[in-house]
Design a protein around this ligand. Structure first.
Ligand code: C2E
Ligand code: MG
Ligand code: MG
Length: 502
């Protein structure tokens, strides 16, 4: 239909509607007309009211949607988008006003994972709500606190908070707030029947020390948070530039380490473990080294912590395990008349708890044909205390592996709980042995540990023996085995093979 046709049709409808209305008026009395008008205005009012309610409802819903998009559903704090937006705003302001100072605090609840894993996610959530409530009471209304969760999937682990202190007078003001937060959270409160004290680690930066760009500030606060954790948690650390260089170097190590296994840059050394009574070889501890083209031979203390943090310890640990089994099996085949001695392999916590370790071990034993009686596993004291790890360790013990608690004396385990763990021996840490020859009281406590370990049917290996003076008291105490530079430094596989051949 053309425009003209439409016009004519509309005109006709109007005309016929008017004629119809006039006809009705003609038929009605005045009272009827008034009643009808009243009725229609009441209907109109009703309609208006409904409309008003509907608009308010939609506005509410829209407000809620907008709020939800910018807030954390659990704690009702701001979320990452909102805090980023506010930091961006502060960054702009700082560019216009040279005297404007603001701070970003990156905060992480210490050992939150332990609460979540041991008491359940519901309790973990309650803890986060509690922390959020305390935080809001430590800052001004104009400051912003956000709980950061990267995605819905990571919500459970979202124990990171970012606090924006808007317009502070001096850098120290940020430190004062951080201290106030620590103090406040230290007050014990009840969490599902458990009295709990919460500590947090914090990284702080301001637009004076960081490059004043949104992402840079958050990254620098995060770098300082990493330092706070590395220095023992429960503290706040102020960002400085050398920290950033260190973080870059760490990232570089991580990248290089990622390729180390594939590039075959890892190798094993073996340190003899001897009998205290006659100094004869009873086994070896397997120690990993990294031969990096740029760094040279890197000791484990320089890369195992990074490997643990990043999870790279899992593939590295698998390689160490397989390589150790392969070598021991090859020695047994090559020297059938030599005495068969076991090797001790260090196993990290993440290997045990990340899942799949038992299957991995079974596969390696099958592939290499090694009897598990020639493998001793060294697991540190702190890992032994984790419930998740203990189950795996029990399964390993059932398979015939011998389990040693490594670095005994550096953690918190009490001697009284040794008998409940699936354990065959302990390795006394070097720090324990250090003063044995010079401090009588120290020697007495080493003796007490040996007596108690023996009463639980546990063997004792003393680590880090560097002199005959350190060895002498161990003989008196009937300590079983010893390891240290006094006997031998860690040696290459070929040298170890020569020792075995005899
Ligand atoms: P650890 O398991 O306690 O190993 C003993 C460490 O003490 C070794 O250091 C060894 O070389 C050193 N040591 C032995 N005798 C003496 C001595 O008389 N004096 C002194 N000063 N040191 C002595 P290394 O090889 O640097 O290893 C350090 C740590 O790295 C190990 O401590 C272990 O925790 C870890 N590590 C080494 N290899 C592996 C591995 O394959 N996997 C895992 N997860 N950790 C490993
Ligand atoms: Mg060890
Ligand atoms: Mg040790």
């Amino acid at each position: 239909m053309g425009m003209a046709g439409m016009f004519w049709q509309t005109g006709f409808q109007l005309q016929s509607g008017l004629i119809g209305s006039l006809a009705i008026l003609g038929l009605m009395g005045l009272g009827q007309i008034i009643a009808r008008l009243n009725k229609s205005s009441a209907e109109q009012r009703q309609l208006n009211e409904t409309l008003r309610q509907e608009i308010a409802r939609r506005q509410d819903a829209e407000k809620r949607l907008r709020h939800d998009a910018l807030h954390d559903p659990l704690t009702a704090l701001a979320n990452r988008s909102l805090i980023l937006d506010r930091v961006r705003h502060c960054v702009q302001l700082a560019k216009r006003r040279s005297d404007y100072l603001f701070a970003v605090l990156f905060m992480d609840v210490d050992d939150f994972k332990v609460v979540n894993d041991s008491l359940g996610h519901a309790v973990g959530d309650r803890l986060l709500v509690e922390v959020a409530r305390e935080l809001t009471e430590c800052v001004r209304a104009t400051d912003i606190i956000a709980r950061c969760t990267d995605s819905v999937a990571s919500r459970v682990g979202g124990d990171e908070f970012v606090i924006l202190l808007d317009g502070i007078k001096q850098q120290d003001d940020a430190v004062v707030v951080a201290e106030r937060i620590q103090e406040r959270l230290k007050r014990p409160y009840d969490l599902s029947g458990h009295q709990r004290v919460t500590t947090v680690s914090m990284g702080i930066t301001t637009n004076q020390v960081s490059d004043p760009e949104t992402q840079d500030m958050l990254r620098d606060a995060d770098i300082a948070l990493y330092q706070a954790k590395a220095r023992g948690k429960a503290r706040s650390v102020f960002f400085d530039r050398p920290m950033r260089d260190e973080a870059m170097a760490r990232l570089q190590t991580e990248n290089d380490l990622r390729q180390a296994v594939e590039r075959r840059e890892l190798r094993l050394q073996f340190q003899p473990i001897v009998s205290v009574a006659n100094s004869g070889i009873e086994g070896f501890e397997v120690l990993v080294r990294w031969e990096d083209s740029r760094r040279g031979l890197v000791p484990p203390s320089k890369f195992i912590p990074t490997a643990e943090e990043t999870g790279l310890i899992v593939p590295i640990g698998e390689w160490v395990f397989r390589e150790a089994c392969r070598l021991v099996q090859s020695w047994q085949e090559k020297f059938p008349h030599a005495r068969k001695v076991p090797v001790n392999v260090n196993v990290s916590g993440r290997q045990l708890t990340e899942g799949g370790f038992l299957e991995q071990v079974d596969r390696i034993l099958e592939d290499t044909g090694l009897d598990p009686m020639y493998l001793n596993l060294e697991i540190t004291e702190s890992v032994m205390m984790q419930n998740l790890a203990v189950n795996v360790i029990r399964n390993l013990a059932d398979r015939g592996f011998t389990i040693y608690m490594d670095d005994f004396g550096t953690g918190y385990s009490s001697l009284s709980c040794l008998h409940v763990l699936p354990l065959h021996g302990i390795k006394l840490d070097r720090s324990f042995i250090d003063r044995i020859a010079v401090d009588q009281r120290h020697a007495t406590s080493v003796q007490a540990v040996v007596i108690l370990a023996h009463s639980h049917d546990l063997k004792v290996v003393a680590e880090g023996i560097e002199s005959a003076e350190q060895l002498a008291p161990l003989k008196d105490f009937d300590c079983d085995f010893a390891q240290g530079f006094y006997f031998s430094k860690p040696i290459d596989a070929s040298e170890a093979a020569t020792l075995i051949e005899g």
